[in-house]
Design a protein around this ligand. Structure first.
Ligand code: COA
Length: 145
């Protein structure tokens, strides 16, 4: 398996299947998808995209003006879970962000995925909150140098 940069459109298929089942593919777009500093990563195995994540420049007020990135749309296809695809993708992003002199990455994790982020070294902040139609979420972050 390897990691590569992909377009926003190339994330839609897996976003739809894993994160937004039953939603039209043209509703799988996120508002910051095409901003100049946004990037999208895929883990590819045998020419198939098996895991995706999108990273946009966005600050949590909690961390003041520290340069930060927001991880959104993290998903691994059901058949390929537990093979480290997701963690390989996040670690690749962290290395890439370091080169851009960014040292803080955060996400609003589904509560069911908190363990995945904890294993990568993320810490929870604040209380869990409900996102209508999806469920409970927890803000998490990782600082890296
Ligand atoms: C969360 C998700 C992206 C993890 O992807 P993955 O490719 O299966 O993760 P990895 O194989 O890299 O897992 C790395 C480690 O985290 C653990 N892990 C993975 N998902 C986990 C979860 N939901 N809860 C607890 N631990 C989890 C794995 O067991 C593994 O542990 P190990 O290193 O001790 O073996 C994937 O389960 C998924 O797409 N879930 C549905 C959508 C979702 O919830 N996305 C996150 C939105 S915030």
């Amino acid at each position: 398996m390897h990691v590569k940069f992909i377009s926003a459109e190339d994330t839609f298929c897996l976003r739809q299947r894993v994160l937004k089942p039953g939603v039209a593919i043209n509703s799988c777009y996120f508002p910051k998808d095409n901003e100049p500093e946004t990037f999208h990563l895929a883990v590819v195995e045998n020419d198939e995209i098996i895991s995706i994540g999108s990273f946009n420049r966005s600050n949590l007020p909690y961390f003041g003006s520290t340069a930060q990135y927001h991880l959104k749309g993290m998903a691994t296809s059901l058949e390929h879970r537990g093979k480290n695809a997701g963690s390989v993708l996040v670690r690749f992003a962290i290395d890439y962000l370091k080169q851009k002199d960014i040292h803080l990455l955060w996400c609003n994790a589904r509560v069911s995925a908190v363990g995945f982020y904890q294993k990568l070294g993320f810490t929870s902040i604040g209380d869990a909150f409900e996102v209508e139609g999806i469920g409970m979420h927890q803000t998490m972050y990782i600082n890296f140098n």
